[in-house]
Design a protein. Structure first.
Length: 255
């Protein structure tokens, strides 16, 4: 591969960039060397390298504070009909270009249609919030379902939330809890919050798990311990994610 890359073979240059960027095989992780190979590959019109360079600047892997450079690489890749979420983010956030929500939505959907999971999520988010397109919960639900099915954690949270409250779908609290649990186990703070709320209200969970309120803090502590499935002297691993969710309510519970 190195020999082909040194002979100016664009795809080999791209692969060498990946080897150094991700630290594959005999190549130690080295962003500087990776970027050098990506730039050579991009000069040889390899759109995958253009996307890598766009991501490098957009997500600021080396804290260069040069995210505006990302737009040019993403735009060039788009000319070859290669898309990622990056170009949509640039348009939505005004990174390297004047912000334009309509263009953002356009490029999110193009990338999503090409199988980019993050863009599936962001397309759903556009429909959910009415960014660059008329708000449409049914379409948001469809895109979040696709993204969650491909492992996107943020989409998994939104899918659970929409099922919980019947946004764009028939309410299904029990299934919603299962999706929220998947996201919570991947450290989604929002999912942990929704799960905490579900266990506080008993929505989608066993009725016996609802917190019983009283004027005394002792019953609240006992309910909290029951909610988290904690024994008097410690806590179970299964209760960890529930504990994270319930933290959001500490200011209310005063315990």
């Amino acid at each position: 591969m190195m020999k082909a890359a040194e002979q100016d073979y664009g795809y080999a240059q791209f692969k060498m960039g990946d080897y150094y960027f991700f630290g594959c095989g005999p190549c130690l992780e080295d962003n500087k060397t990776a970027v050098e190979w990506y730039e050579k590959a991009a000069a040889n019109e390899i759109p995958m390298a253009m996307l890598r360079m766009g991501e490098y600047y957009l997500y600021d892997y080396d804290s260069l504070n040069e995210s505006e450079k990302a737009f040019a690489y993403f735009k060039k890749a788009a000319e070859y009909e290669w898309y990622s979420e990056g170009l949509g983010i640039c348009y939505e956030m005004g990174i390297g270009v004047e912000d334009n929500e309509t263009e953002a939505f356009k490029y999110y959907t193009l990338a999503a249609d090409n199988g980019n999971t993050t863009s599936m999520y962001r397309t759903g988010l556009c429909y959910y919030n009415g960014v660059g397109v008329k708000q449409n919960y049914a379409e948001a639900y469809r895109w979040f379902t696709d993204a969650a099915g491909n492992g996107n954690i943020a989409a998994t949270y939104y899918l659970g939330k929409m099922m919980m409250y019947g946004e764009g779908c028939t309410p299904d609290p029990e299934t919603a809890v299962q999706w929220l649990l998947k996201a919570a186990e991947k450290n989604s703070d929002k999912a942990q919050f929704e799960l905490g709320n579900a266990y506080l209200t008993g929505k989608g969970v066993e009725e016996t798990m609802k917190l019983q309120w009283s004027g005394s803090k002792r019953p609240q502590r006992m309910a909290m311990r029951k909610l988290l499935k904690l024994p008097e002297g410690g806590e179970s691993k299964r209760g960890t994610w529930k504990k994270k969710g319930i933290i959001c309510f500490r200011s209310i519970l005063k315990v």
